[in-house]
Design a protein around this ligand. Structure first.
Ligand code: TYM
Length: 313
């Protein structure tokens, strides 16, 4: 019996990770996961809400596992698994779909944003928060390290748990988010939240060239007095006191400041990039099959309880 509290997080395998994903979710996971009974998931069914290319999705899943290992997650100390390996996730999501109302789901930011842009949301995007609730609640998760943009989704998970417990009796724990100050919203090269959909990312595992291009594109003003966006990203890599000195001495010299930023990013990312190169497909396959087995032990027992509670068994 494991007495440590449980930690779980997931990342969509919808494309390459950026430093927002790293500082907002992966690094907080890596920094704390040994204190918990930890699970790290590749959310491939969530990626399906936006990605419609089977080959790309398959590659993304492998890459996600490589990324998790390269940032320092030890598969012996955390369960690394793929969402689609456990049909319990989609099964429980259905149960939650049948409990919550349409107006409740209509309040979800991801769905609202899509509709506000005049785009058509698929039904998967609409019910997305209930799949995420299932991911979390199946494992009796205590803590979920995420970026600020996922706060509402953790609230949805708590609501789903409370609704289920109210209707069928105490079954699920209500999880808490872990959102760290200063990295909840990592800004992109234009100062908005870093996000693939805004095209303002700095890749986590890009080449030095990719990183340089992204850093050189950080938006600055022509007066030379306002390097806020460069500074904001730089502060993820260097302590504030050091930065204030550097930015004081090099006031207005954007080129110099950006070059320093590139070197500081390289200092942090290049060892992880090197570690990633040596991870083989076999290792990835082993991690996923071991992870699925450990995750299944927890998820299938929980789902059995749920099936009985709702009356399909
Ligand atoms: P996703 O894949 O969009 O993002 C993965 C994680 O990265 C964080 N993040 C950021 N943090 C700070 N600043 C940013 N600019 C930034 N951009 C992204 C996100 O907050 C997230 O923590 N629905 C989730 C995936 C998911 C999940 C789960 C998470 C599925 N099931 C269960 C936790 C538990 C998502 O789409 O994250």
């Amino acid at each position: 019996m494991n007495s440590k509290p449980r930690l779980l997080t997931g990342l969509q395998s919808s494309g390459d990770l950026h430093i927002g994903n790293y500082f907002g979710a992966l690094k907080p996971f890596v920094d704390t996961y040994e204190k918990y009974d930890s699970f790290l998931m590749v959310a491939d069914y969530h990626a399906l809400t936006s990605l419609k290319d089977a080959e790309v999705l398959r590659e993304n899943v492998k890459n996600a596992v490589r990324d998790y290992l390269a940032v320092g997650v030890d598969p012996e100390k955390a369960v690394i698994f793929r969402q689609s390996d456990l049909s319990e996730h989609t099964e429980l999501a259905w149960v939650f779909d049948c409990l919550v109302s349409v107006p409740f789901l209509q309040q979800a930011h991801a769905y609202k944003d899509k509709v506000a842009k005049g785009l058509e949301a698929n039904a998967g995007l609409f019910t997305y928060p209930m799949l995420m609730a299932a991911d979390i609640l199946l494992y009796d998760t205590d803590v979920v390290p995420v970026g600020e943009d996922q706060r509402q989704h953790i609230e949805y998970a708590r609501e789903a748990a409370a609704k289920f417990n109210h209707v069928y009796g105490q079954t699920f724990k209500e999880p808490k988010e872990m959102i760290l100050k200063g990295v909840g919203v990592v800004p992109g090269t234009d100062g908005q939240k870093m996000s693939k959909s805004y095209g303002n990312t700095i890749p986590l595992f890009g080449s030095k060239d990719d990183i340089s291009k992204a850093v050189m594109s950080i938006v600055t003003d022509s007066s030379g007095e306002h390097p806020e966006h460069v500074y904001a990203i730089h502060s993820l890599f260097k302590p504030k006191e050091e930065l204030d000195t550097i930015y004081g001495i090099n006031r207005g010299n954007y080129k110099m400041l950006k070059e320093m930023l590139i070197e500081d990013i390289e200092g942090v990312l290049s060892p992880m990039r090197e570690a990633r190169e040596s991870i083989t497909d076999d290792e990835v396959a082993r991690v996923l099959s071991g992870g699925a087995e450990k995750a299944r032990a927890v998820a299938s027992a929980k789902m059995e309880v749920v099936r009985h509670a709702v009356g399909v068994r």
